[in-house]
Design a protein around this ligand. Structure first.
Ligand code: FE
Ligand code: FE
Ligand code: ZN
Length: 280
């Protein structure tokens, strides 16, 4: 089954997102757990969640992906921001348990001059504080473009975080196609090599989701600006290979392209025309 969806606004609640997903023929979606640039979270509405879960079952919506706020930086050089980020992470994961068995993705963080090793250690320390053996959520580290002092532009950095986390059975990775392109992994011309490298360094069994984006910037630009599907430097031919690759095609693909809902509907319809049928 082609698992395809996009980023949706969480402002009207879960049931509204479910209905929006169905209206654009998506069967999964991503949402922000709280204000992406602030940090405030809405009160959990158990009624909305119950209706949403029933709606998902009836309408074939599969695993969904929560995205942490951009203000979260577990490896900030400021203790206040570190503490605030750990609280946010812990609160987000507690909330996620109202929707058991889903995915939660976050940007590893920016070490702001402390060095990658120090940053990696801080991120691992935070995860060691917050992850619990009981949680049903899989926490995903997102591959980053390597902008500024961002951690996660290299697969090796994600590997070292995973290695330092005791409950790393709860950890996985979300691969963002725009970010890896900008970081210098050539998914456009050498997809097989990139996936081989991912497997060697991290292990493909850790890959749980794909952020499917084209890029406004050239390969290895370390920029991170998403483009609509087919409108950027990755291009539709490479994107078609990505959604059909035997090692990726079973994963959920989430669009984070610069679109409103109707644009997402068009991209989902377009991608479906490029998707090859599943072999029985
Ligand atoms: Fe992201
Ligand atoms: Fe992303
Ligand atoms: Zn991005």
């Amino acid at each position: 089954m082609f698992k395809i969806g996009c980023h949706l606004s969480a402002s009207k609640g879960f049931l509204a997102m479910g209905k929006e997903a169905v209206s654009i023929k998506a069967n999964t979606f991503q949402f922000f757990t709280r204000n992406p640039r602030g940090g405030n979270a809405k009160e959990i509405d158990t009624c909305d969640i119950a209706m949403f879960m029933r709606y998902c079952e009836e309408n074939g919506i599969g695993r969904i992906l929560a995205h942490a706020s951009y203000t979260m930086n577990l490896c900030s050089d400021k203790e206040g921001i570190q503490k605030f980020s750990i609280e946010m992470l812990s609160d987000d994961l507690a909330r996620m348990e109202h929707l058991p068995g889903n995915l939660y993705n976050f940007h590893p963080g920016s070490h702001v001059g402390q060095g990658a090793d120090a940053g990696i250690q801080l991120i691992a320390d935070a995860l060691n504080l917050v992850l619990t053996p009981e949680q049903s959520t899989t926490v995903l580290l997102e591959t980053m473009a390597g902008k500024g002092s961002e951690i996660g532009g290299r697969f090796e950095e994600l590997r070292s975080i995973i290695d330092k986390v005791k409950l790393n059975g709860k950890l996985g990775v979300c691969l963002d196609t725009c970010h890896v392109n900008d970081a210098g992994y050539d998914v456009t011309n050498h997809l097989d090599d990139v996936l081989c490298e991912f497997d060697k360094v991290i292990g493909l069994e850790r890959l749980f989701a794909i952020h499917l984006n084209d890029s406004k910037n050239p390969f290895k630009s370390h920029k991170d600006r998403h483009e609509v599907i087919g409108g950027g430097t990755i291009g539709i031919d490479a994107i078609a290979k990505i959604i059909n690759h035997k090692k990726l095609r079973g994963l959920p693909f989430l669009l984070e392209t610069p679109n409103e809902l109707d644009g997402y509907a068009k991209e989902i319809a377009l991608l479906k025309t490029y998707r090859k049928p599943d072999l029985l």
